[in-house]
Write a protein that binds this ligand. Structure first.
Ligand code: 5GP
Length: 380
């Protein structure tokens, strides 16, 4: 249980492992078995739905005397806070009249629920009521009702898992997680996700560096990322390397996995500048889905445009400087330009439709283009 989980708008970090919970339940079951050993009556195990459902199941398996299972449903929590009022959603599913009852609670917090439960169960004619709770928050519990069996005491924090929910989800996790306020704040702070487009020679590299600095972004260039992951020998890197070595293309899932890793692990930035991704509509859709999982979205696409003639001139010029003029013949360049247009055109349509596409005239001086880019980014 190393990973945090996200439920709705909150992040929860690992807190109590399944093994720890189970050993606490073993302890509680042993005490109950000792107290009820040799009983001739059939006590009622009262499962307080929904939270206690998992605990009741685990506890019941460990009891060595006959019990009858009765349940009822109460609610007192709204989100991560106790409302202070207990509402009965479903009454007792069976009679407790004249019977000994063991109330099985997931967690006792303020104790309001337990006080109300006592009233209800005694009011229905139970001959004896004992309280068994998997967890207790002693700092908060201020009632006089005796808690006969307590699995474990925990500090006053909001937890989920092992039956406990946050707004109805999280009950199915086998371990228990605690609310992580710092990570939650980070999650809810809207990060910026910019995408950079531009044909070869448009000055993308120079402008990307300025954008990253001014807006505190993490520059994600997919080519560089691949090389980094391979060098680091990560699981994705190894997968990518095997494919590249075999002469195959790195599939979308691998590239997307690497990008998602960056989103998750890079801290201390206000956003990301994606360069070289997405290249296809399918990747753009995957990116949208990836961000939507955390209530995030693409901020805008910054597309630096120069006329085809200028692309040719700049590539040729660069090739001369770098001493590889033979690579830069007219046919090769024309092909690169065509590929760029063919690939980018559908994406431009995709982001234009979403109202996120911004085209910048890249023909001016570096400073001129930069200030146009900044003005556009400030608008989004
Ligand atoms: P009390 O009435 O004692 O204040 O609260 C008891 C009920 O509140 C529990 O049965 C449970 O449903 C809910 N509750 C209290 N603390 C927590 C918590 O940390 N996490 C979750 N998920 N529910 C809690």
């Amino acid at each position: 249980m190393n990973d945090s989980i996200i439920l709705h708008d909150k992040v929860f970090k690992p807190y109590l492992s399944y093994d720890k919970i189970i050993s606490a339940i073993d302890g509680v079951a042993a005490k109950i078995n000792a107290d009820y050993e040799g009983c001739t009556d059939i006590p009622v195990l009262l499962c307080v739905l929904n939270g206690s459902i998992v605990f009741t199941g685990e506890l019941m398996k460990r009891l060595k005397f006959n019990v009858e299972l009765v349940s009822m449903k109460l609610t007192s929590y709204d989100g991560v806070r106790s409302t202070g009022k207990v509402r009965q959603v479903m009454g007792l599913s069976g009679s407790v009249k004249g019977k000994r009852v063991i109330v099985v609670e997931d967690i006792v917090d303020t104790g309001n629920t337990i006080v109300d439960l006592m009233d209800i169960v005694l009011g229905e004619g139970a001959s004896d009521v004992r309280i068994c709770t998997m967890l207790l928050k002693p700092e908060v519990y201020k009632k006089d009702v005796k808690l006969d069996y307590v699995g474990m005491e925990i500090p006053n924090a909001f937890i989920v898992g092992f039956g406990l929910d946050y707004n109805e989800i999280g009950r199915n996790y086998k371990d228990i997680y605690v609310l992580d306020p710092v990570a939650t704040e980070q999650l809810n702070e809207k990060m910026k996700y910019y995408i950079l487009f531009g044909p070869p020679g448009a000055g993308k590299g120079t402008q990307a560096a300025a954008m990253v600095e001014k807006y505190n972004l993490c520059h994600i260039s997919t080519g560089e990322l691949l090389r980094k992951e391979i060098a680091a020998g990560s699981e994705l890197g190894l997968k990518a390397k095997a494919l590249i070595d075999a002469g195959a293309l790195v599939p979308d899932e691998v590239v997307e996995g690497m990008i998602e890793n960056q989103f998750k692990t890079v801290k201390g930035v206000k956003g990301f500048l994606l360069d070289g991704f997405p290249r296809t509509i399918a990747q753009a859709e995957a990116l949208d889905a990836m961000l939507a999982k955390n209530s995030q979205e693409v901020t805008s696409v910054v597309s630096i445009m120069i006329p085809d003639k200028m692309i040719t001139e700049r590539i040729k010029h660069r090739a001369t400087i770098e001493g590889r003029a033979d690579d830069a013949n007219d046919a090769t360049i024309a092909n690169r330009i065509k590929t760029y247009h063919d690939k980018t055109e559908p994406l431009i349509g995709y982001y234009r439709k979403a109202g996120k596409y911004a085209e910048i005239d890249g023909t001016g001086s570096i400073e001129d283009v930069r200030s146009k880019i900044f003005a556009t980014m400030d608008k989004f």
